[in-house]
Design a protein around this ligand. Structure first.
Ligand code: NDP
Ligand code: MG
Length: 392
């Protein structure tokens, strides 16, 4: 009955705080060993006081003294900066690294953790989108498991338990469709940041909430699924399921389809990644069919929500194209959130980056880092050059 030491990268976010809820309810099984935040020093401090981790790391170095002083009375080591995370995730006592930071920033810490042989509970899908080939090859080389936290991938992973000998014919990934499901381009041209931040079923961080509204989140998940489950783009189908009860499905070669279901609550996939292959009791609210008499399914509208189609294109083209799409997306989402560009401009800019950034068929890690930098600068310039109206 050994207690697992968990490193939570991005403990102050939506997934991070829910991971701490799971740990709090199971202190006989888990200990929060390392907590990290980008700049939310106040929350990191209160988490460190509540959980007394071995380490608390704040990326924003200007907040170091604030965190250090607030935790001076506790046996918590305080560090600052992105490099401190990369160095500390390799600590001998860490058993699992749960990656819940947002965006490309997750790549290098995840690689460092894999090289140190740490099991990865992966929420940070951008890591696999950017460099899925390198990350999965390293995991194989170091005998490291990558356990999905993303609800769709957790669903598929649960459906695959006990099916190791059976090849997958097709994965069916469900999408809620987001707040703009059923809307047309005219409508999307005028939606605001506030409209897009109102997700019908899930409460999540701002970036993934915008990705859900634009269907880029589903595109990133298609790419993530390719690397996690070793299937081709043609074997991955996306289906819109507005109730978010069926979390995803697997079809086997005999045509049989298995689905995993439950209420939309990330605590379950987080818990499963931490307890795998076992399941443990909890008091999470249970699903009842009487509350959901109608579960519906429809085709996604990829002409209106172009990001999903662009993500499939990037996956088929391979090389550094998914890295390009991810970097461009991070920039346009930030641009949409700070109201520099409209909703439809996001896909236009991403597409232009895909056409204009140098394609590399077999990128190294250094190539990925360069592509990411280059694409961010290019996308940022597109945002700045074009007047608001022209790019909408
Ligand atoms: P949030 O925005 O809520 O939290 C992000 C966390 O990462 C915060 O702790 C934040 O710190 C930290 N962070 C942000 N930027 C950086 C950076 N550049 N370097 C280091 N740390 C950083 O995001 P979510 O929890 O919603 O999402 C986290 C990841 O999980 C994403 O990759 C997302 O796609 C994925 N995911 C999320 C789901 C959800 O339900 N939320 C579902 C499935 C996947 P600070 O608070 O200080 O800013
Ligand atoms: Mg998901």
């Amino acid at each position: 009955n050994q207690i697992k030491n968990i490193a939570i990268l991005g403990s102050t976010g939506s997934i991070g705080t829910q991971t701490l809820d799971v740990i709090r309810g199971n202190s006989n099984l888990f200990r929060a060993f390392l907590l990290t935040a980008h700049s939310n020093a106040d929350l990191l401090i209160s988490q460190a006081i509540a959980f007394e981790p071995e380490y608390a790391i704040i990326c924003d170095t200007t907040k170091y003294l604030q965190v250090k002083e607030a935790l001076a009375h506790l046996p918590v080591k305080v560090m600052a900066g992105h490099q401190a995370i990369i160095d500390t995730v390799t600590h001998t006592d860490i058993d699992v690294v749960l990656t819940a930071m947002v965006g490309f920033a997750g790549l290098e810490p995840t690689i460092a953790a894999i090289k140190a042989g740490k099991e990865i509970a992966l929420a940070n899908k951008e890591t696999l989108v950017v460099a899925g080939d390198i990350v999965t090859a390293l995991a194989k080389q170091h005998g490291v498991k990558i356990l999905p936290v993303d609800s769709e991938h957790s669903a598929i992973f649960q459906c695959l338990a006990g099916e190791e000998a059976n090849p997958i014919e097709k994965l069916i990934i469900t999408a809620s469709g987001g707040p703009f499901r059923g809307r047309n381009l005219d409508f999307l041209a005028n939606v605001t940041r506030e409209d897009a931040l109102k997700h019908p079923n899930w409460v999540m961080g701002a970036k993934i909430t915008i990705d859900s509204a634009s269907l880029m989140n589903k595109g990133l998940e298609v790419i993530e699924a390719k690397w996690l489950f070793g299937v081709d783009a043609d074997q991955i189908e996306v289906i819109v399921h507005p109730q978010s009860i069926v979390h995803s499905l697997v079809q086997f070669k005999d045509g049989s389809i298995k689905a995993q279901m439950g209420l939309p609550d990330m605590k379950l996939p987080i818990q499963y990644a931490l307890t795998y292959p076992n399941r443990i009791q909890n008091n999470f609210k249970r699903f009842s069919f009487t509350d959901y008499p109608n579960l519906s399914f429809e085709k996604p509208d990829m002409d209106t929500f172009r990001n999903l189609k662009l993500a499939y294109d990037a996956l088929r083209e391979g090389g550094n194209m998914p890295c390009i799409i991810n970097a461009a997306n991070e920039i346009v989402v930030a641009g949409f959130l700070n109201k520099s560009i409209g909703f439809l401009a996001m896909s236009n800019i991403i597409e232009e980056c895909m056409q204009r950034i140098n394609f590399i068929a077999h990128p190294t890690l250094a190539d990925y880092l360069n592509t990411d930098k280059e694409t961010r600068i290019f996308a940022q310039n597109l945002i700045q050059q074009l007047p608001l109206k022209a790019i909408q």
